[in-house]
Design a binder for this molecule. Sequence first.
Ligand SMILES: Cc1cc2nc3c(=O)[nH]c(=O)nc-3n(C[C@H](O)[C@H](O)[C@H](O)COP(=O)(O)OP(=O)(O)OC[C@H]3O[C@@H](n4cnc5c(N)ncnc54)[C@H](O)[C@@H]3O)c2cc1C
Length: 372
Amino acid sequence: MKKYDIIIIGAGCSGLSLAYRLLNTNINVCILESGSRENRIRKTWSYWDIYQHPFSILENNSLNNICCINNSSFVKLNCERHNYKSIDSRDFDKYIFDKINISKNIEIFFDTSVDGIVAKDNYVRIKSNNITYEAKDVYDSRPSSIEASMYQVFLGYYINPLSSSDEVIPKLMDFTQDNEFNFYYVIPFKDKSYLVEYTFFTPKVYTSDELESTLDSYIKNTIGAYNLIRSEYGVIPMTPSLPASDLANNVHKIGIRSGATRASTGYTFLNIQKQSEFFVNRINNIDSINPLLTIKARILRKMDSILLRIIKNEPKRAKDIISNMFASNNDQVIIRFLSDIPSIFDILRIIMNMPKVIFIKYAIKSLINKKI
Ligand SMILES: Cc1cc2nc3c(=O)[nH]c(=O)nc-3n(C[C@H](O)[C@H](O)[C@H](O)COP(=O)(O)OP(=O)(O)OC[C@H]3O[C@@H](n4cnc5c(N)ncnc54)[C@H](O)[C@@H]3O)c2cc1C
């Protein structure tokens, strides 16, 4: 039997972020990852630079404006104070794996899938590949098997344009192409390549094949002919309620599994960073508040539940409501709101600028029925 102080299940964003903060401490940690070391899923994590975290050194892109466009409005969000930054998960993996390789307190086991966990008062045991791992605490980032009623489904192409056409503006949401709540996301990188994503907020999990030809046409129409560098496909469950509590006091959910995804946007990276800071404080007996359980986080979840209902039931109206939210609020308010750190006044401003009838209608529905 292998014994540790802490076992982390999953070497993805949340597992590695937590492990990073435990490097070179006297806490013995083991990470169990079902995937192999070589075949890692490569993603780009983007966010506004509004919360300090240890991985800013890895940021490979920085934008000082980004737009939200629909057929009747064009809003340029000024990000000069809080740039819109990106990290390539391949750089993140390498940075942390290199440090784990030379660390004395963290071990990582790939190709080690965790299915069952036995939790007792003083210890937790996990069996995988005929080896039993035991620890006082477990942090679990395995994707949850519970079905969500809405998903963010997206296909992204990293491309090199074949001709050097006009500069393409960064777009957070381009709603101009479709009547439903589907939009395009366009991130220009310093090396003149682009990430272009076709995103759905939907109860249906589309396959990447179903999104390919529409994404291809959009790129050809807006940027021109291109070389495909690689693609990324994602399905993120969007559940505004927090998942049921852990099966025992010493098994803690982390990452998407814990509800760290902002339901109305899919942004998760910064919440994962706040969450790993919280858990490490708790491990070190430092008083700290779980970022997912603050009053503001609860209010945001309620608002997300209302927004997701509108998106699901009235997608065309939802496009206007989101575009109007960008047009009628101050840029800093929007950035704080989307980054999960609005003040109470920001939240009030956003609510006051919403169309009242539809907001109240779906607020009442969300009070009556928790399921979207
Ligand atoms: C393509 C894509 C782009 C994204 N872009 C952004 C973005 O721009 N900004 C943002 O804020 N968020 C973004 N997200 C959302 C979120 O930040 C990421 O999904 C992030 O990787 C979530 O981290 P996680 O640790 O919860 O899950 P993961 O990173 O998926 O980690 C879970 C790990 O658990 C492992 N695992 C699964 N089952 C088992 C098992 N049984 N036993 C052991 N290990 C197991 C998996 O192999 C995986 O390594 C994006 C998501 C995707 C999919």
